[in-house]
Design a protein around this ligand. Structure first.
Ligand code: PMM
Length: 306
């Protein structure tokens, strides 16, 4: 079994939404051929994992039935796996995760951190795969009203810590857990910036941290034109690279991005300059133990992206 994270290279997760309505790439990869083609391209660009999702988490979006979600992702995962592309499944449903793992997925990326489906912990524990536990307070329809915190960083840290405890109690191995602050999920732009600038407090939990800012609306707002119009989603990649690189320099384990190529290039520059850490970043010896992929034969390559 190979470690998912053993090399100095941070993990780059490429986004592949097989949905008609995701905020950035919705509808672009709705048919099997284009979805698989894009996943293969993300891998060739250097993604360690391709994150396949079949349900939009865009603020305000409605849920799709599990049957439809599974029907969207399973054929894509099967083909990507056959093509040698390591896949994570982006779902909050145990049933969908189970089908995705059976089709070859090696990581479960759960934006609800195990809250949406009480059976998820069992599925992950039995598969022995890494589990990304994202900070979450409710489904897309209601999350706008849930963006209330006393101190967003302390509150997110405490709630994530609780999710981790629950996962451990359910029998999930500690070295399979990755945490994620959940930028944009029940968070305002100010919350996202606070989380981004105080990552060390979340890293202090002692688990690898995934940072997922890619093309999110707070970047669009930051880069708004003179009339206040937010920058369009597909013109936010440079800002995404900047936030991702800062997160890695602060100690993040990995980043989830649409623009894999730009991110990989930026990380190459960072590495070439000695992989400098921000002053607040934990030292390597203080970093959490590596997370191992769930199955032999479906692990990421070591030594950086291809
Ligand atoms: N954001 C989205 C989807 N999946 N997974 C994790 N772990 N963290 C995130 O912040 C996250 C996610 C929404 O963005 P998308 O529409 O670009 O997929």
């Amino acid at each position: 079994m190979t470690d998912l994270v053993r090399a100095a290279a941070p993990v780059v997760m490429g986004v592949l939404n097989v949905t008609p309505d995701s905020f950035s790439d919705g509808g672009r990869y709705a048919d099997l051929g284009s979805a698989v083609g894009h996943g293969v391209r993300l891998r060739a660009d250097g993604a360690h994992l391709v994150d396949v999702g079949g349900e939009s988490t865009r603020p305000g979006s409605d849920r799709v039935p599990a049957r439809i979600e599974a029907g969207r992702v399973v054929p894509v995962i099967r083909e990507l796996t056959a093509a040698g592309v390591p896949v994570s499944i982006d779902t909050t449903r145990a049933r969908v995760a189970e089908a995705a793992l059976a089709a070859g997925a090696v990581v479960v990326n759960d934006v609800s951190g195990g809250l949406a489906d009480p059976d998820m912990a069992r599925v992950v524990r039995d598969a022995g795969c890494p589990w990304v536990l994202m900070h979450w307070r409710g489904h897309s329809r209601e999350m706008g009203e849930l963006a209330r915190y006393t101190d967003v960083v302390a509150d997110v840290r405490a709630e994530l810590s609780h999710r981790v405890d629950e996962a451990l109690r359910a029998g999930v191995a500690a070295d399979r857990i990755v945490v994620d602050p959940g930028l944009g999920f029940a968070k305002t732009a100010a919350h996202n910036w606070a989380l981004s600038s105080r990552l060390s407090e979340l890293l202090d939990l002692g688990f690898p941290l995934l940072f997922a800012s890619s093309r999110k609306s707070y970047l669009g707002r930051l880069l708004a034109g003179p009339d206040g119009t937010p920058r369009p989603t597909d013109d936010r990649d440079v800002a995404t690279v900047a936030t991702s690189l800062l997160a890695v320099a602060a100690g993040a384990w990995g980043v989830r991005v649409h623009d894999v190529r730009g991110t990989v290039d930026a990380l190459a520059v960072w590495r070439a300059t000695g992989a400098p850490r921000l002053a607040c970043a934990p030292t390597d010896s203080a970093r959490p133990a590596p997370v191992k992929a769930g199955r032999a034969g479906h692990t990421t390559e070591q030594g950086g992206p291809r």
